[in-house]
Write a protein that binds this ligand. Structure first.
Ligand code: URA
Ligand code: URA
Length: 267
């Protein structure tokens, strides 16, 4: 009894420490505590007498001790082994690696064809995307859909996602630490999909994938490569809504993109 209480107190202190310092805890670690405590409850006679308690999970036991651990950022690196997009999504959609989880309504993983030849990468979800849990469904998204359609790409045929999977408040620019936390998910998505071409819309997507600080103006106009995959950069549709003069060059960019696509597909 006292031994178990002692252990519970130690774990509680440890969890409080994690919470106060806003550190990450790995779900594997939580699981191992759960297993350990369950085994304690099962195998320690005092506790098996109390059937209610023996069935409890660590979270219940600790909440009984009046602590609030709801803010603990549990993270799970199992996603690295995901084999499919569905599996990856399931493993990352509760992500708390940056603070954006606190304000998001939905994690916006990305949508489209899991076997897409083309992946379109944007910046981050906006209000409408956050609400629906889907990328590019607001005003800029409708424009992107039209731009893709203008060269014969259907939204359902390509895969559309963003660098950040959670909406930055007030649609502010992504912070470097947010990009750092989220970018591995994009890389994993590309790794699973293995597209033949990538279209980056806007500066952030291109700078993230190409590991550069170059301006959009510098990056536009010719193909780059990401992991051997041809990558083209064009204006962000939200930028086109603000500055219609950029529509023409964007249209030229996607023409170039389509030409390269046709060429690759013919081989
Ligand atoms: N802008 C983006 O970059 N992504 C979206 O999903 C919506 C708007
Ligand atoms: N600035 C951006 O962030 N994106 C564009 O597409 C153009 C200018």
């Amino acid at each position: 009894m006292s031994e178990t209480n002692d252990i519970l107190n130690k774990i509680e202190n440890y969890f409080n420490y994690i919470k106060d310092k806003n550190l990450l805890i790995f779900s594997k670690e939580v699981e191992s505590y759960e297993k350990f405590l369950n085994s304690k409850f099962e195998y320690t006679p005092q506790y098996t007498q109390n059937d209610e308690t023996s069935q409890e999970k660590m979270s219940d036991v600790i909440s009984e001790k009046q602590s609030d651990f709801s803010n603990i950022r549990v993270c799970d690196e199992d996603w690295k082994n995901a084999k499919t997009l569905d599996e990856l999504k399931e493993k990352i959609e509760e992500c708390k690696k940056c603070d954006l989880w606190k304000t998001r309504t939905n994690f916006v993983f990305g949508t489209g064809n899991p076997k897409a030849k083309v992946v379109v990468v944007g910046e981050a979800p906006g209000a409408e995307e956050d609400k629906q849990g889907k990328p590019f469904v607001g005003r800029a998204g409708q424009l992107l859909t039209q731009i893709l359609a203008s060269v014969g790409f259907d939204r359902e045929e390509v895969f559309i996602c963003n660098v950040l999977k959670s909406r930055p408040p007030e649609n502010r620019n992504p912070l470097p630490e947010e990009i750092k936390a989220c970018e591995p998910y994009l890389i994993k998505q590309l790794d699973i999909i293995k597209p033949k071409l990538i279209l980056c819309v806007g500066t952030f997507a291109a700078q993230t994938l190409l590991k550069t600080k170059d301006s959009l103006g510098k990056m536009r106009g010719s193909f780059h490569t990401y992991n051997g995959i041809p990558l083209l950069v064009t204006f962000h549709p939200a930028a086109l809504l603000r500055n219609p003069n950029w529509k023409r060059p964007t249209w030229e960019d996607v023409q170039l993109f389509k030409k390269e696509y046709d060429k690759i597909m013919a081989n």
